[in-house]
Ligand binder design. Sequence first.
Ligand SMILES: *Cc1c(COP(=O)(O)O)cnc(C)c1O
Length: 373
Amino acid sequence: MRPWMGREEQEAAAEAIASGWVAQGPRVQAFEEAVGARVGTPHAVAVSSCTAALHLALVVAGIGSGDEVVVPSLSFIATANAPRYVGARPVFVDVEEATQNVTADTVAPALTPSTRAVIVVDQAGTPADVDGIRALCDPLGVTVVEDAACAIGSTRVGAPAGSRSEIAAFSFHARKVLTTGEGGMLVTSRGDYAARARRLREHGMSVSAAERHQSRQVVIEQYLETGFNYRMTDVQAAIGLVQLERLDAIVERRRHLAQRYQEALGDVPGLRMAVDPDGGRTNFQSFWVVLPEGAPDRDDVLRHMLSAGVSCRRGIMASHLEPAFAGDAHLPLPVTERLARRSLLLPLFHTMTHAEQDHVVGAFRRVLAPALA
Ligand SMILES: *Cc1c(COP(=O)(O)O)cnc(C)c1O
């Protein structure tokens, strides 16, 4: 992955610095409004990372000690860490093969009277079936939090990822399609959640620094509860505002390159690749492939690709196999374990040329050829 940034981002960052507002200020507010409008949610709260947004999402939803939070194991580790930040227990569930996402069917067996939330991940940008999972969870009073870290610009049933959940979290890390270097956004349909998240990101302060600055009176703030410093800076937000203008072009380009991969590798027997889900349109944040039976070991494939000058990555990780979660009991996770062992990510970035992509395809076909002959 390479971020796609240009002179416009450099100039926007320089303007923020010249303005004197280098911490959270008016550009952060403008970025929140722009992301909220793009995603179609009434409230957007900018924070320092998606991990921070997931933490605040669980706090504002009232999740705490002794509660169970259902999460896919097959996700970046931040998804599984979030429940632990609030003293809750992550309960791992499996994913469906085709999308690598949790579904109502994979979530249902894990629900207990202690389940208070489910974190649904739009894995690799592929929008999950949030409506189906909410149909299961809403009647039980279980909050659905959408980890849309990878999914800005993806849609499902015509609705932007993040817009069908009560709370969702986006990432703007350099590895994601839209980046501010580091950064995140909590979006929510609930004004009370947004207000509390705004306060918690800024030390639990009763009046924000921006409001005090604008006031003509002396304002003495209070600290209403234990908060955090999860603020985004105006330098980051200035970059984000420019990146948001590029989002449609980024998604179009990624979809074009993904389609080229699908065409160039479509004849490899048994190879599975990232595709649009039913009724959805992915931003192809990552282009995963699952190796067919008979293909070499995944790590050997990665080594062969590297020696051909192609830097790939292992596919989505399985959190329950990491030492940090080794002590946690879990249901059987056969699909997760197979995908974690047999998948990898092929390079995909906005400025990738067709010639570069053809080189990747050629190297990959050569690695697979002996096994498939
Ligand atoms: C990248 C990612 C995160 C973490 O995002 P940060 O902004 O780096 O905190 C969380 N969940 C998923 C699914 C991710 O891919």
